[in-house]
Design a protein around this ligand. Sequence first.
Ligand SMILES: Nc1nc2c(ncn2[C@@H]2O[C@H](COP(=O)(O)OP(=O)(O)OP(=O)(O)O)[C@@H](O)[C@H]2O)c(=O)[nH]1
Ligand SMILES: [Mg+2]
Ligand SMILES: [Zn+2]
Length: 299
Amino acid sequence: MKGLIQQSLSGFYDILSGNQIYRTRARGNFRARKIKPIVGDRVEFSSEDLQHGYLLKVLPRVNELKRPPVANVDMAVVVTAAVQPTMSTNLLDRQLVALEKQGIRPCLFFSKTDLTTDEQWQALQEVVRGYSRAGYQIFCDRDPFAKEQLARLQAQLDGHIVTMMGQTGAGKSTLLNHLAPQLQLATGEISTALKRGRHTTRKVSLLQVGQALIADTPGFSSYEDLSITKEELPQLFPEMAKLAPQCRFRGCLHLKEPGCAVKAAVSDGIIMKSRYDNYLQFQDLVASRKPIYEKRRDH
Ligand SMILES: Nc1nc2c(ncn2[C@@H]2O[C@H](COP(=O)(O)OP(=O)(O)OP(=O)(O)O)[C@@H](O)[C@H]2O)c(=O)[nH]1
Ligand SMILES: [Mg+2]
Ligand SMILES: [Zn+2]
């Protein structure tokens, strides 16, 4: 039989096939072959009944996200709190780069907009315009859970395997609860958060939300690495990739090169200064990490 891993919990894999969920254990030597089945994997399995089955084979992945660990995702909702915690475009851009690298289409959802002051709200509009110009689809209503916005988001997600992304406490589970109230996902009230540790959502599973399968995931606080080359990085900023053919030099990295269309667009305020600054910072990161990767390869 074929299906999709919907949830993985202490050695069991729940596989969605047809409209049923089959509980299985991995059989065969996945560990020796260095394959760890993850949520979203398309798999072959055998099953006596709904409770006792064996996961036999993981089919090739279209893509694979490390944080959160989900395979075969085609869209992501990047949830960013407008306030609480203070918005970081750096963190947002890291997430976008990681998604672009995997060929996953991101859309941006701004949460906690209801908590912004008029001044913070105005400043956020500038950010929204910048990311729209970069080509991203954005959901930013002053009432984050306005019916119209939720319907528009749901329509985008239907038919896709989606992952939620965003810092812990950003509001990923809260958003899913608004899209599908029957889920009743735990969200981060301070008291429970303290009891359970930092993340309210601790495991990854795919949830049926309308016609979409969505992975609610534990948030993260930082990304440890961008395993990307310096030539690859400018491709992962769509607005830069689009302008690159207008740079004087082919393969322009938009750093010190003369006649660079990207730098001109930054000066003209077409590309967000924060995006470009983050780009430069990621280039530095890539440059400083490269020797580590090469060393690892020697072993
Ligand atoms: N006012 C307001 N509060 C929100 C909004 N989104 C989330 N919250 C609150 O923020 C807190 C954290 O929300 P969660 O949904 O648990 O955050 P999360 O992203 O799932 O966090 P992790 O599971 O730890 O990664 C909860 O107390 C929510 O009620 C929003 O748009 N407006
Ligand atoms: Mg959560
Ligand atoms: Zn350039």
